[in-house]
Design a binder for this molecule. Structure first.
Ligand SMILES: Cc1ncc(COP(=O)(O)O)c(C=O)c1O
Length: 379
């Protein structure tokens, strides 16, 4: 049997009128249906031009307009004023793990990093390739099931910046308090999995970045917000594609940019604005995670959450059943019932429900009902 045939035979129940399933993938992740339908049209004919978005020149007048509109929508939703540059940068958030220290970790200086899980650990490893790193928090002794408490991740004197990952996608934890930076330094935030799931707090920050494939658009590109005064403070000579000031001067197109990705980010930001803004998104995230956490709490110990509750992510909810076999059966049965992408990250195992902005509250309700039913049958 071919893979396609086998996929067809095991086709999941499709719970939505649109014929789509509930996608709990950690990323690439669910995008708003409105946006996908608009894109279908724009692939063939952008704004009545008779040319699709993938085919338009990145220097043509239509793309000029599109870039201005996408950028403006992103900056509005971010609440970022003219003292910030908003850049569309190719490559995942992982590129920023190296690009940030290359630009701002000076020879002979150091930067602070909090280690709150896999992505923060990777950011630290890349920064260490560039310069000296001071670890302000180490979550390894407790398997990253919590983030720092207030005052725990102390910045060190003279650190150029303090890097933190606000929502830890792999472990399902979030910071309950924003860290602080050393005097004269600034905060650098990896917001890949919680950007625009709540109002963006730019206070004390110099730098915020987010891979697009969760709450913004397609994989392979990253949104970067950088305080304008930092654009002139780059600490070493670098090739053009590694320099933030080059992206700023070139309006995010120092080379041929990901024109499609820029369009998607713009459409997603406009969708957020039409659907209650970041405050509306925050409320829905609370409803979704609350619904799933209630099913864990009411399972009589069948389901166990990974994160300590006070720092539970409202976006990625990790839990386990009594053993790995049961977890695997749950993931498979859920997929057959129209709830896909629930397997935990390969480094943690277990079950992970990732619920980004485009996940309908009905998806969380369907999952919670299924968790209750599964626990009854297998408890
Ligand atoms: C918090 C966080 N940071 C960074 C990354 C890496 O992103 P990319 O794969 O786009 O490099 C991810 C990916 O899931 C993530 O969740």
């Amino acid at each position: 049997m071919s893979t396609v045939e086998s996929l067809r035979r095991n086709a999941p129940v499709r719970p939505m009128a649109s014929g789509r399933v509930f996608n709990f993938s950690a990323g690439p992740a669910a995008l708003p249906l409105d946006v996908l339908q608009q894109l279908q049209q724009d692939l063939v004919d952008l704004w009545g031009s008779g040319i699709g978005i993938l085919e338009h020149s990145h220097r043509g007048p239509l793309f000029d307009r599109l870039l201005v509109e996408s950028h403006a929508a992103f900056m509005r939703v971010a609440g970022a004023g003219s003292d910030w540059a908003g850049l569309f940068i190719p490559g995942g958030a992982t590129l920023q793990f190296g690009m940030l220290p290359l630009n701002f970790l000076p020879e002979g200086g150091h930067a602070d990093y909090a280690d709150t899980g896999l992505w923060a650990t990777k950011a630290i490893a890349d920064a260490k390739m560039v310069g000296k790193v001071n670890i302000t928090f180490d979550g390894t002794p407790f398997a990253f099931n919590r983030t720092p408490r207030e005052g725990e991740a102390k910045p060190s004197a003279g650190a150029a910046y303090h890097h933190w990952c606000s929502n830890n996608t792999v472990d399902g934890t979030k910071w309950s308090v924003t860290p602080t930076a050393a005097p004269g330094g600034w905060l650098a935030r990896d917001a890949s999995s919680d950007i625009f799931a709540e109002p963006l707090d730019l206070k004390d920050h110099g730098f915020v970045y987010a891979a697009a494939q969760k709450n913004l658009g397609p994989s392979g590109m990253t949104m970067v917000l950088i305080r304008r005064d930092l654009l002139e403070k780059q600490c070493r000579r670098l090739p053009s594609m590694l320099r933030y000031d080059e992206f700023d001067k070139g309006e995010s197109r120092p080379n041929t940019p990901n024109t499609f990705g820029i369009h998607v980010v713009g459409l997603v930001c406009q969708w957020i604005e039409r659907n209650g803004g970041v405050k509306g998104m925050q409320k829905l995230a609370g409803e979704r995670s609350g619904t799933v956490l209630k099913a864990i709490d009411e399972s009589g110990g069948f389901w166990k959450a990974h994160a300590e509750r006070w720092c539970q992510s409202p976006i990625n909810v990790l839990f386990r059943g009594p053993n790995e076999k049961i977890d695997a059966a749950f993931v498979a049965e859920a997929a057959a019932n129209g709830m896909d992408g629930l397997a935990g990250h390969r480094s943690t195992g277990g079950i992970r429900a990732s619920m980004y902005n485009a996940m309908p509250v009905e998806g969380a309700k369907a999952l919670a009902d299924f968790m209750r039913d599964f626990a009854r049958r297998n408890g």
